[in-house]
Write a protein that binds this ligand. Structure first.
Ligand SMILES: [Zn+2]
Length: 327
């Protein structure tokens, strides 16, 4: 199967879990790997699952937003070489290095700190490389079974069974991907660059600040903690209703404002089902508002409910409630 296809269909319409596990193992553990692309791309794909529409289609803009963020933070912020030779950096690495140099961007900046216009420019440049080297290659790595794609129309469509598989095993797959990525990076980077590498890879795409979401929520006139209803002060926290460590991405439909006590106590847990119903009611109102149009792209009540159920399946402690509930 050729890696430089422009458009490709799914080769096998019916897949069993056994088929998928075999392909996933082959992807992780076999074949010659000269760059981190395959791990970086699978990580971006897992992160982009919440952005899929009801036909399981994911646009390249969503995918390469994640992919660019991952690579900027690995290459520039963490200063890590992404190929098996320091002398021959990967194409994505070259694009990012050139961009950082041209715009004199401090290397300590994470992707979130770049102005939106620069983020868009970078995503466009990285997308170009990804379309050439990553989309077809990953399709081939999975025997043409994982997704169909069209480079011109800039989207891929996940096989429905893979979509379910990713949700069912997302936490474990994310961990294995991080592990393989870190293993590769450890092998081809100097010892002083790889201290605490696995921890750094695990949070490589976690935002340093959720301020923009906090501002959106405050602008909506929210004054009370979503969980305990206590009036919130300036020190309110933005809480990922479905824990970040499951969803691995940031969406307004998954954010609520909470007091610091609830946020700290809830931590990596799932709130009780009545809170899910409250969030669905809020989102049903917000989805009708023009100002949230972009934020609610491809959001459905069904999607949020499924993510809630799948995160329970992934072992997140559920049924959390605040100890003091004000009516
Ligand atoms: Zn609270």
């Amino acid at each position: 199967m050729s890696w430089d296809l422009k458009v490709a269909e799914i080769q096998k319409p019916y897949l069993t879990d056994k088929d998928i596990w075999q392909s996933v193992h082959r992807f992780y553990y076999h074949g010659k790997t000269t760059t981190t692309y395959k791990y970086g791309f699978l990580k971006a794909l897992l992160e982009s699952v919440p952005s899929a529409n009801e036909q399981f289609e994911i646009s390249f803009d969503h995918l390469f937003y994640s992919f660019t963020k991952i690579y900027w933070n690995l290459v520039i912020h963490n200063n890590l070489c992404q190929s098996n030779s320091q002398k021959a950096p990967s194409s994505v690495q070259k694009v990012l290095e050139a961009f950082a140099a041209t715009h004199a961007i401090p290397r300590e900046w994470s992707f979130d700190q770049l102005p939106a216009s620069q983020q868009l420019q970078l995503i466009a440049a990285v997308k170009k490389v990804g379309k050439k080297y990553v989309i077809g290659a990953t399709y081939s790595d999975f025997n043409g079974e994982i997704y169909s794609f069209d480079l011109k129309k800039e989207y891929l469509q996940l096989h429905p069974t893979y979509y379910r598989f990713f949700q069912t095993h997302k936490r474990m797959l994310t961990n294995i991907t991080n592990y393989q990525l870190a293993l590769f990076l450890e092998k081809f980077n100097e010892a002083e660059k790889v201290s605490k590498l696995l921890t750094r890879v695990e949070v490589v795409t976690q935002r340093k600040s959720l301020l923009q979401f906090s501002q959106l929520l405050q602008k909506a006139g929210i004054e009370h903690c979503f969980y305990c209803h206590k009036k919130i002060s300036k020190s309110s926290h933005v809480d990922h209703f479905i824990p970040w460590s499951y969803i691995q991405s940031d969406h307004l439909w998954n954010f609520v404002l909470s007091c610091s006590t609830c946020n700290t106590r809830k931590n990596n847990k799932l709130a009780a089902e009545n809170f899910l119903q409250q969030l669905i009611t809020r989102n049903n109102q917000w989805i009708k508002e023009e100002r949230y149009l972009l934020q609610f792209e491809n959001y459905t009540e069904k999607k949020l409910t499924e993510f809630y159920q799948y995160s329970q399946l992934n072992g997140f402690i559920h049924d959390w409630k605040p100890s003091q509930l004000r009516e």
